[in-house]
Design a protein around this ligand. Structure first.
Ligand code: EZ4
Ligand code: CO
Length: 424
């Protein structure tokens, strides 16, 4: 083993520059530094403990070059496989080791993954609004920012607040009310900083009746060319999802996402029989086994796992290669709860694979960017990596330490009619 590549230190940081992030920093004896994103929205401290208390001590002295072996050591070696906490912790290690290897090779990471397959990675942004005129303004604002593909989310008449709908186009962090907030105006992202989640209300019938009207208005305003996407956040049953897909066919969506909970992949057989609207799934998946049946039966069109929640660059590359056999493409999750390190890792992989589709790109706050200093840029609707070796992201731990972790949670969802807990 090259002594310089021996892992000397593995440190875990939990801070809140703009929102909560968990960051892993691995340092080799030769002084190379690699970064990993270990953030799981609303469960940050669990991943931090998994890394700090269990994996970090086992990393010391290992050869930083042996990425595949290290991944297998933590995946197979733990006995307790899979799950979002475990897989995000392993993903952070994997990312940090690829960052180190690319720095050792003096190349931006995509070069080690096969080099560039494209000029940049097409990205979509999030437009939303409480009424149609507000949605149209929000789409326009996103186009002015350069986006060439846009996800559209809408408030639903009769419901107080719906996840994914910003309080205003320039929604500031932290606004809103406490538990059971009854206002339509609170910010869904970053996750609310409160000790318990906000409770939203839901009515599937109202949603299914209203959403096609939203897309009709958006198509009438912007014409047939603009790629439009929509996220249903696991809220529908299979037959309701089939109806959504069918009712949106006239508006030619790029995809609908998470139309039904995906624990039971049989659901997608039913949906697939009824609609040609493309389907995206997987932002909460964490291994290739979650995708296996969906791929082999060609039941979905886009893979949502980002590097941080999909177990790392090493397994996600395998997932994308497997997807390519079925002409399924990447469409990775890129919300602000994926840190700039996670975004950069997904970006380098996206530059290299052949079956790239699109990436979600929610832009981070200035405080986040000051701490991570990402080198990637967003121009002309595409994210592009920089040219420095590795991932092209850093972590200013001194600056970060000024932003203390604060408990923050995604909302929960209850049926409006009787308060039953619902999927979201
Ligand atoms: O709910 O990032 O497509 N994007 C999404 C996100 C997720 C959050 C979860 O942490 O569904 O808004
Ligand atoms: Co989603």
């Amino acid at each position: 083993m090259d002594k310089d590549m021996r892992i000397a230190k593995a440190e875990v940081f939990v801070h809140s520059p703009g929102r909560n992030f968990v960051t892993l920093r691995i340092t080799t004896e030769g002084g190379l530094v690699g970064y990993g994103d270990a953030t799981v929205n609303g469960r940050e401290l669990s991943v931090a403990s998994y890394l700090r208390d269990h994996l970090a001590p086992m990393l010391i002295g290992r050869d930083a070059h042996n990425i595949e072996d290290t991944w297998q050591y933590f995946y197979r070696g733990s006995y307790w496989r899979r799950g979002p906490i475990t897989m995000t912790a392993i993903a952070a290690i994997d990312m940090a080791l690829w960052d180190i290897k690319a720095k050792a090779a003096n190349m931006p990471l995509y070069q080690l993954l096969g080099g560039k397959s494209r000029e940049g990675c097409l990205a979509y942004g999030h437009a939303s609004g409480r009424e149609i005129s507000e949605i149209l303004d929000s789409v326009r604002e996103h186009m002015e920012k350069g986006y060439r593909a846009i996800r559209v989310q809408s408030a639903i008449p009769g419901l107080n607040s719906v996840y994914g709908v910003a309080a205003s186009a320039n929604a500031a962090a932290g606004a809103g009310k406490g538990k059971g907030a009854s206002s339509a105006r609170y910010d869904y992202e970053p996750a609310r900083r409160s000790a318990v989640p906000v409770e939203e209300e839901w009515d599937t019938r109202a949603y299914l009746n209203y959403i096609p009207k939203v897309f009709e208005a958006v198509r009438n305003e912007f014409g047939p060319e603009l790629p439009l996407l929509h996220d249903a956040h696991h809220r529908l049953t299979p037959i309701q999802a089939a109806r959504l897909g069918k009712s949106l066919e006239p508006y030619d969506l790029f995809w609908i996402e998470d139309v039904t909970p995906a624990e039971n992949t049989d659901a997608f057989r039913l949906i697939r029989q009824h609609t040609t609207t493309p389907l995206a799934v997987g932002e909460i998946f964490n291994t290739i086994f979650d995708y296996k049946d969906l791929f082999e039966e060609q039941l979905i069109d886009y893979v949502r796992s980002p590097v941080s929640h999909g177990g790392g660059i090493t397994p996600l590359k395998k997932i994308f290669d497997y997807a390519a056999v079925y002409q399924i493409k990447s469409g990775v999750h890129g919300p602000t709860d994926v840190s700039p390190i996670g975004h950069a890792a997904s970006l380098h992989l996206g530059m290299a694979i052949h079956n790239y589709g699109i990436s979600e790109y929610m832009q981070h706050s200035p405080d986040t960017n000051d701490v991570f200093q990402p080198e990637y840029t967003f121009t002309d609707g595409m994210i592009r990596p920089g040219s420095s070796p590795g991932l092209g992201v850093t972590y200013d731990d001194k600056l970060a330490s000024q932003f203390e972790y604060e408990a923050a949670y995604l909302p929960v969802n209850r049926l409006k009619i009787d308060g039953t807990m619902h999927d979201w």
